[in-house]
Design a protein around this ligand. Structure first.
Ligand SMILES: [Mg+2]
Length: 229
């Protein structure tokens, strides 16, 4: 990655796991308990949940109604939707903004354009509604919900291209920051965007940082180096 020939003019942030956290364990536990009422074994349901949660997040299968088909119990659509609502209600009620997220965005916003790029929650749940009350949204010049605003989700090109087009910037001028290398960063890198991983549960990347405070230092150093003659 080099910014030597290109100024950093914008930063795209992923949302879930990058700027916000939530109690996913609680959401998964509540669904597993409900699955038992529908005939699943609890221990097996917990095991399946962990496997599905990781794999479908990597594969971009976000529609929770689709997830519940993997548990070996026959569910009607209304039952799947009930589990989906339970899951997202748990996520929404436990969502918190990560330490340093707000100060990072506030300090960057005078220097660079800020975009939020998040994948949708699938057809069975409105991501736009889920995030609508987050106070962080006011810092962004642009918010793109891939899967709703574009046909393709990350890591495919459409959502990144839409942001570049709307900001009228070249890929080399825009840093993509996320917590999933396979979803947030690989597709961005293919298009020529510089990338930064905020370390989470989905593997390593180069470059990576372990917190938003470190991300702040990383981006601050990039911006400062541009001011040098
Ligand atoms: Mg994420």
């Amino acid at each position: 990655m080099t910014f030597c020939e290109h100024m950093l003019r914008a930063v795209i942030f992923d949302l879930d796991g990058t700027l916000t956290d939530c109690d996913l364990a609680l959401a998964k536990k509540r669904v597993c308990e409900e699955l038992v009422a529908y005939g699943a074994g609890y221990v097996e349901a917990v095991r399946r949940m962990e496997e599905i949660h990781y794999r479908f997040n990597i594969e971009g299968v976000y529609d929770r109604n689709r997830w519940w088909e993997e548990f070996g119990v026959d569910l009607e659509l209304s039952q799947k939707q009930r589990l989906t609502d339970l899951y997202w209600d748990s996520v929404t009620s436990t969502t918190c903004i990560k330490p340093h997220a707000e100060s990072l965005l506030a300090s960057l916003s005078p220097s660079v354009r800020l975009a939020l790029l998040t994948d949708y929650d699938g057809e069975s749940h409105s991501k736009r509604r889920r995030i609508s009350s987050l106070p962080l949204l006011r810092y962004f010049d642009l918010i793109v919900i891939a899967g709703e605003d574009t046909e393709q989700c990350k890591p495919f090109p459409q959502p990144y291209c839409l942001i570049l087009e709307k900001l009228n910037l070249q890929p080399e001028e825009v840093l993509m920051v996320g917590d999933k290398p396979q979803v947030d960063l690989e597709g961005a890198q293919v298009l020529g965007l510089p990338t930064l991983l905020v370390e989470g549960e989905y593997g390593q990347w180069d470059p990576q940082v372990s917190s938003l405070e470190e991300a702040h230092s990383f981006i601050g150093a990039l911006l400062a180096s541009q001011l040098e003659p």
